[in-house]
Design a protein around this ligand. Sequence first.
Ligand SMILES: [Zn+2]
Length: 264
Amino acid sequence: MCKNCNDPSAKHKGKVKVRFVRRGQGFTAGEGDIFRAQAGSTVLAKNGSTGVFLNGSTGTAYEGSTFTAEAGSVVHAKYGSIGRARKGSTIIANYGSHIEDEAGAKIIRRADEEEHAVAGSLVSSYAELSAMERSLVDHAWAISKTAYCRYSNFPVGAAILAENEAGEKRIFDGHNIENASYGGTVCAERVAAFDAVKNGFRKFLIVAVVCAKCPGGSPCGFCRQVLREFGLNATVLNIFNTESTVVRWTVDQLLPDSFGPDSL
Ligand SMILES: [Zn+2]
């Protein structure tokens, strides 16, 4: 067992140079590199690298890399990567990745070109998003901080890029607004959506959603139906972490075979 990379079969004895990747840092690990990704860091693990993603770290493991994902980490495992997912970790597993998961690890299988007919997602790192998408993600995080959620204490933020009839585009954001009667509660996505619609921006293009306390949370059924009304083909960015993983859906994938304006 190598203490540095947690690999039981590894023989990293003696003087091993371990790269500690700290908060706010990014690191691309190459052949022979051994890394420990600490909270707030992001590591791209390339062929021949091995390492550990610790609580609060994120990264992408490419073909030929081996990794251990500890509780609280989020790792996107690409084709040909080999990983161990500990309890409490989240792995977005591409087709062809090899994940050994403990009970309590969350494994999300990505629909792949080679797996047809799966309503699925595409996974990106934050860095791979367009400037507009990053802006939406930032808006969603920011607005979640002022959520009115005194009953659930579950802040959610949403930001929608919408277009009006003149072809102008604008960002609308919203957070959840709860109510003592509970049933009067409205989700962040619908607060943002109704603001857009009220202002005449009725074609939704991109929707970014963040559950601040439970990154990776996805829109509820009510919100899916509302989003579907104004953007069946809109992209939904489901945010897993501030600076890292985003799972990309379309509204159509989140609400297949839906009832909509064309149904009447
Ligand atoms: Zn909702």
